[in-house]
Ligand binder design. Sequence first.
Ligand code: F6R
Length: 250
Amino acid sequence: MINKSDFKLLIVKTEKDVFKEAAKIVCNEIKKKPNLVFGLATGKTMKPFYKELIYHYKKHHFDFSRVKTFNLDEYYPISGKSRNSFRYFMEKNFFRHVNIKEENIHFLSGNTKDYEKECKNYERMIKEEGGIDLQVLGIGVNGHIGFNEPNSSFQSLTRMVKLSKSTIKQNSKYFFNENFPKYALTMGIKTIMNSKKIILIAVGKKKSVAIKKTLSGKISRKIPASILRRHKNVEFIISSDVASDLKLSI
Ligand code: F6R
């Protein structure tokens, strides 16, 4: 049984409603703080969410010029120019369509030799910007957030991780002309939990088990996203198909 009073959970009818609601929250936060430090994710779920933000930019002249971004993760090793990289994904699906300034974009480099230094620098840069104000998350079918796979430490900071079989299976579908990397650089769970506000979005029946385990039962390293229930300002926005297995007490 899920006790909805423990956290904010918004269940909306359609997938489109999820992206609309999430984009509304983002725009409100940017209105309150135009130089918002915005944590970003990639993946299939994020594409239509970025489309909504682009819509606000194009139709309502919404201003992203002072927003600073930090992406959660990047494959390792990979070139930022590779069409399979998350850097490329962001350029194609968001950055090039809005007025975010190049100098305000922060990314983990997937082709650095000194990945430890890269990860430490990323933590330092986030701190120097005053921390992440708003982090948007998707969720893996195994409950991962960023590339924090099951059994990641809740104390983890930005680091290199080995990708799980489940993630390789899910993500290699979208990979072409390159061997799928076995590793990634990712913000840690502690890095994510340090964000002032978090929204997690999930759509599609395939995510229903991960969401059920995230929102009910024990908070456990087996389901990394379950730790989000301890965050003071987290909101889960999911479509009705994801929610169909949840037993809610309001
Ligand atoms: C990627 C990331 C991942 C994805 C998750 C869901 O930057 O943070 O945790 O959010 O793997 O991906 P999709 O939306 O492709 O199912």
